[in-house]
Design a protein around this ligand. Structure first.
Ligand code: SAM
Length: 421
């Protein structure tokens, strides 16, 4: 039996996928929008020996399997296919594979993980997140290439969930709207001081300075981000108001800020450290000041965190940890914040990621030349996979607004805050 037929056997003859393989075989639906090319017999080894979807990801990252067509649609189809495979199907396919001498040789050999896997020892959560280890983990993901990120993210250089004000809003409009929503929730006014922790390429800092006349300080652990942001601030004539430092947020010495924003940093903090993280941010605010925490969450508040050893942790965000919205809120409360508002932008993140996937596909050849085939593949499969994750509610996105009350309990909030939608 040819290799393409083996895959067809797995997927079912009616699957809307065309399979081709290194042995010249073809199967599945000819001319389908999704084309899967098995380029090496060793792809089967990854598929059989890695848990869950990790095998498919490894085979794709190494280029042993190629996926042509819309990646989001391809992963959706594969998810359906794999979800329908029974243990009996697996046993039958394994028997077929073992009859082929080349495939048998490939399957019985265990392969090393692709080099794109982050070189981090898997240690318990409470041992992670030293400043040194965090700096390495952040560099692994963010110090890839600013040019690559410009192509993927677009001019906003915002690397977090956008907020789409209308069905037909562009990614760029939605990123502007997100920054503005944060600014409005924080009630930014000219002359205020904002601290933006985990500031990325400086999008929020520049928005606050340009649109609100706010003096804004951003800190990021990524050297490349800081360099890009510092140049952007100077180029845009915002140096009087905006500043970005290459710094761990724990090393910010100033305090008395009128507002604090944290947009996409909490995912890197670690469950054990959430109390000290929120206490630190609380300590940075003046009384009456507001803090907006924007983070990916999981839809439950159960312990322990799930899939710590999956593809995302190994290849994309080493040491990343997600908690439920209730848990985040509880830890903010316990640090002293009064919670005033919380909202879930889950569907907005699926749209945002779809925009990034489209951008990457449009510049695919350039991206491969810039960061290498394996790294470009990691981003392509991770971003498309996350679209499924947000659409199917494995993950969510919560903005939580807290206030540091005056000693007399006054919040300085209007009775009905109106920050629009
Ligand atoms: C997903 S990015 C979000 C960037 C930006 N806020 C945005 O919306 O585009 C996460 C950011 O958190 C930063 N970060 C992670 N851990 C940090 C730490 N301990 N101190 C300072 N920044 C940190 C990263 O360097 C990165 O800039």
């Amino acid at each position: 039996m040819t290799l393409a037929r083996v895959f067809e056997q797995l997927a079912g003859a009616a699957a809307p996928v065309e399979f081709t393989a290194y042995d010249g075989s073809r199967a599945g639906s000819p001319g389908a929008d999704i084309r899967v090319d098995v380029r090496s017999p060793y792809a089967v080894s990854y598929l059989l020996h890695s848990p869950g979807a990790l095998g498919l990801a490894r085979a794709y990252v190494t280029g042993m399997i190629d996926i042509d067509g819309d990646m989001i649609a391809a992963l959706t189809t594969m998810q359906q296919i794999l979800g329908e495979v029974t243990p009996r199907d697996k046993a039958r396919i394994l028997r077929t594979v073992m009859r082929d001498p080349l495939l048998r040789g490939a399957v019985t050999r265990r392969l090393d993980p692709p080099p794109q896997e982050a070189p981090f020892s898997r240690i318990p959560s409470w041992l992670r997140h030293s400043k040194k280890r965090d700096a390495k983990a952040i560099s692994h993901h963010y110090d890839v290439s600013n040019t690559f990120y410009e192509w993927v993210l677009g001019p906003s250089m915002a690397y977090t969930c956008a907020c789409y004000p209308r069905e037909d809003a562009t990614l760029e409009e939605a990123q502007f709207h997100k920054h503005d929503l944060v600014a409005r929730k924080l009630a930014l006014r000219p002359g205020m001081r904002l601290l933006d922790v985990g500031c990325g390429w400086g999008g929020m800092v520049m928005h606050a300075a340009r649109e609100y006349g706010v003096k804004a300080l951003g800190v990021t652990l990524s050297k490349q981000q800081a360099e890009w942001a510092q140049k952007a601030i100077a180029d845009r004539g915002l140096s009087d108001l905006a500043e970005v430092r290459h710094l761990d947020y724990r090393d910010v010495t100033e305090s008395g800020f009128d507002a604090v924003s944290s947009i996409g940093l909490t995912e890197h903090i670690g469950k054990q450290n959430l109390p000290s993280y929120f206490s630190f941010l609380y300590g940075k605010l003046r009384t009456g000041g507001r803090m907006l925490n924007h983070t990916i969450t999981r839809p439950d508040n159960l312990a322990p965190p799930r899939k710590e050893n999956g593809f995302i942790n190994r290849y994309v965000f080493p040491d990343g940890e997600l908690e439920g919205p209730g848990f985040i809120q509880m830890k903010m409360n316990d640090a002293g914040f009064e919670i005033r508002h919380q909202e879930n932008l889950r569907e907005h993140y699926a749209r945002t990621l779809t925009g990034w996937c489209r951008n990457l596909d449009e510049r695919w050849d350039d991206a491969v030349a810039e960061v290498g085939d394996g790294t470009a593949r990691v981003w392509r499969v991770y971003m498309a996979g996350c679209v499924l994750g947000f659409n199917q509610n494995w993950i969510q996105l919560h903005q939580t607004l807290g206030v540091k009350l005056d000693a007399d309990g006054s919040s300085h909030m209007p009775l009905r805050p109106d920050w629009g939608s």
